[in-house]
Design a binder for this molecule. Sequence first.
Ligand code: KG4
Ligand code: ZN
Length: 353
Amino acid sequence: MRVLGIETSCDETAVAVVEDDRTIRSSLVLSQLTEHAPFGGVVPEIAARAHLDHLDGLVARALADAGLRLEDLDAVAATGGPGLIGGVMVGVMTAKAIASVLGLPFLAVNHLEAHALTARLTDDVPFPYLLLLVSGGHCQLLAVAGVGRYRRYGTTIDDAVGEAFDKSAKLMGLGYPGGPAVERAATAATRPDRFVLPRPMTGRPGCDFSFSGLKTAVRQAVDALPPGPLDPADVADLCAALQASIAAVLVERTGRALDRFAGEFPEGRHLVVAGGVAANGAVRAALGGLAAARGLGFVAPPLALCTDNAAMVAWAGVERLRLGLVDGLDFAPRPRWPLDPDAPKAAGAGVKA
Ligand code: KG4
Ligand code: ZN
């Protein structure tokens, strides 16, 4: 079984072909970074237009890379949400068109489910597992019991963790996206303990997150520095402190989630991290340490499969197709699409929860 995957929910146009034996035949990601960089963040209208400009060419290239023709496909999957709706529409319409011309099944994939199932593509991890999903738009702890079966243990009540990196980076004059820039700058820190930043929510019951206070603390630290251009040595120390705070928060919250997971899914043997922030070395190391201390296997996908890509979408398509979870061509793209619709709303949470 061979599935074409399309991802257009944010600022990456991506196309991939994945087999049900977990082979990635091709996986192409076209980043729109340069188009959005002047604005310091993703501009939805620019993103949608760029997806439209590039998607068909990228489909053709992904097939050529895989040595396949459209006729060799068994199904077409596209991210159906959540995400920037203009971009999601471009991907969904393209996938529907290909599926309808070829008479193939169409699969509308939840972007979060695509991140959630990546560990099964890369490492064949069995259900159930505890997932920490950390990206630019989300920060959630989920028990993954099966395809389409999620129990949300915690979510952010304000910013996603990727936003904490991105917004703090902007305050320090680092480029977008902020996560990689902060990680790079932190390697040059000479006094990583110099700045003491808060670790929001730690010690509190439950597994929810909050990151807006951390961003404010970074702003205050920057304001307290000598006026004028920032000294790269100060920025490096501040980035190290920010990264350490974020890693500590993620470990503390994930530890609590593991306590609950052990009670509800005693057969679970793995902690999995996914999403763009999972590319961060300090975060990976801290979570790996937590898993080891709990006697659990730790799975973090390779970097290229942590950030947005279409191989994860194609793979989620494979998993859904195997179960007969095919979608109709009347599927409507969804700007919001929670994995666990029954999860209680986090206290004080905004639209992201
Ligand atoms: O999963 P992703 O590619 O897109 C979303 O679905 O949001 O995640 C993007 C986020 C951005 O906030 C980016 O700053 C962050 O992941 N990120 C990182 C690193 N690489 C990407 N954060 C920390 N360290 C990194 N190395
Ligand atoms: Zn993502």
